[in-house]
Design a protein around this ligand. Structure first.
Ligand SMILES: Nc1ncnc2c1ncn2[C@@H]1O[C@H](COP(=O)(O)OP(=O)(O)OP(=O)(O)O)[C@@H](O)[C@H]1O
Ligand SMILES: [Mg+2]
Length: 461
């Protein structure tokens, strides 16, 4: 496990998220604390509970984005749930335990990938032999096509023939094996048998929420259901991957994987609960919605530390780190039930983004929006450039629009850019001049008149 220091975590997050220093710092410290805890003796380890984090901030300032980036960064099992999911009963609604089950599922998946990587070298070798078997079968006791020939040939002749044949096959195999291992046959197409994991009965049942009862049809029937296989034509390169994977699955010890997976989820798991503000406050809706307070009460034991039954066995939630986030526009943090508030000792407020932040968001992140548009248009041979002033003007336009209508944070940049580049996107394929420079004048022409006329309807999402 690569352990990043808080500083390194923040540096990584900086590549994608502008500003929000406090929030980044808080998540970085929380992660490091788990690592520190891990170094302690069992006795103390048990005593140290994670400090859950509550991120509070207006919409579109990076709450979810921080969580999303964090998950890619840490090699800890991580899942994100919307708190609102639990307020709907019946078909779409889920019970709160499902977040722990999902986390374990993810954790086991991660461990499995790790284990498979460990045995992959071995399984690849097996795969090569299997491919060789397909190319030149060993047991090709070539049945004589002419039954009379078999009838008249003497025993000795036959033995001699089969011996010769065997030798021939072995020579051929060695020759082909050499080519195979040298990678000279990668693009040849062969036919292989692949396991057809998709099983309609299982699909059918699980659609009815069997998971809620911790029942997995495959667990029950798995060994009885005949393993379906189907034939598939693939290149040797692909065949090695597919067969190698199948063989790797056989080589790993699934009991061990499950055990390690549960451990990993319990000790290092992170559950991100988004939109927690939506389950705060009094219930106005009534009707079919499960009451919000009810959802909070359901979630509480999980956050406080309980044991959830999963199909892999019991999972303790005591040391899982919870990060919750919400805009708290309508409701306030104090509208959450006190017990829940108490379980999130670390509060970080995310700041409203400034015009300067917008400039950076447009250009700095690895996946910056401007870069995205440039890439998209480059596929049509259009070379799109922005002057520095133009970028500033775009940021300004977004900022003003946020003030004049609803403040949707950085999401505004998307709508503004879409509007700005509408014509160019539309015409891209038949432009004469494919070097386009967007300058301040162009931005003002496209965006400012709109703003001045307060024709903001278009920006309202
Ligand atoms: N600080 C930031 N740096 C870079 N990009 C940002 C930042 N804040 C927001 N964005 C961009 O805006 C989009 C929306 O942000 P995000 O999903 O994090 O909002 P949020 O804070 O979770 O809002 P909500 O309360 O509505 O869920 C993201 O896709 C991201 O690209
Ligand atoms: Mg969000």
């Amino acid at each position: 496990m690569v352990e990043l220091t808080p500083k390194e975590i923040v540096e990584e997050l900086d590549k994608y998220i502008i500003g929000q220093k406090k929030a980044k710092k808080a998540v970085a410290i929380a992660l490091r604390n788990r690592y520190r805890r891990n170094l302690l003796s069992e006795e103390f380890k048990e005593e140290i509970r994670p400090k859950n984090i509550l991120m509070i901030g207006p919409t579109g300032v990076g709450k979810t984005e921080i969580a999303r980036r964090l998950s890619k960064l840490v090699e800890a099992p991580f899942i994100k749930v919307e708190a609102t999911k639990f307020t709907e009963v019946g078909y779409v609604g889920r019970d709160v335990d499902s977040m722990v089950r999902d986390l374990v599922e993810e954790s086991i998946r991660m461990v499995k990938v790790e284990k498979i990587e460990e045995v992959y070298g071995k399984s690849e070798k097996i795969a090569d032999e299997k491919i060789l078997d397909i190319l030149i079968p060993i047991s090709s006791k070539r049945k004589s096509s002419n039954p009379l020939e078999a009838l008249f040939s003497t025993k000795e002749e036959e033995d001699e023939n089969s011996l010769k044949e065997k030798e021939h096959i072995m020579n051929k195999r060695n020759e082909i094996r050499e080519k195979l291992l040298k990678g000279e046959l990668e693009n040849e197409v062969i036919e292989i048998e692949v396991e057809d994991n998709y099983n309609s009965t299982i699909e059918l049942f699980s659609g009815f929420g069997m998971e809620e009862y911790n029942i997995n049809m495959e667990d029950i029937f798995g060994d009885f259901l005949p393993k379906k296989t189907k034939k598939k034509k693939v290149t040797i390169k692909e065949a090695r991957k597919i067969i190698g994977n199948q063989e790797a699955q056989k080589l790993i010890d699934m009991d061990e994987v499950t055990r390690l997976g549960i451990d990993k989820a319990q000790e290092t798991g992170i559950i991100f609960i988004d939109e927690i503000d939506k389950i705060a406050g009094k219930d106005y809706s009534g009707g079919l919605d499960v009451s919000r307070e009810g959802v909070q009460r359901d979630i509480l034991p999980i956050i406080e530390g309980t044991t959830v039954m999963t199909k892999y066995g019991p999972v303790k939630t005591d040391h899982i780190l919870f990060i919750a986030a919400g805009a708290f526009h309508v409701s306030k943090v104090s509208d959450l039930i006190p017990e829940i508030q108490g379980r999130f000792p670390i509060r970080v407020e995310l700041e409203n983004l400034t015009e300067e932040n917008f400039v950076e968001i447009l250009t700095k992140p690895k996946n910056a929006i401007i870069k995205q548009y440039q890439l998209l248009l480059s596929t049509e041979g259009v070379n799109l450039k922005f002057t520095e002033e133009a970028i500033k003007a775009i940021a300004k336009a977004a900022y003003i629009t946020n003030e004049q209508s609803e403040n949707i944070g950085a999401r505004r940049l998307q709508t503004v850019l879409e509007k700005l580049l509408e014509d160019i996107s539309f015409e891209a394929s038949n432009l004469d001049n494919r070097d386009i420079v967007i300058d301040e004048a162009y931005v003002n022409k496209k965006l400012m008149t709109d703003i001045q006329q307060r024709d903001i309807s278009k920006y309202i999402l």
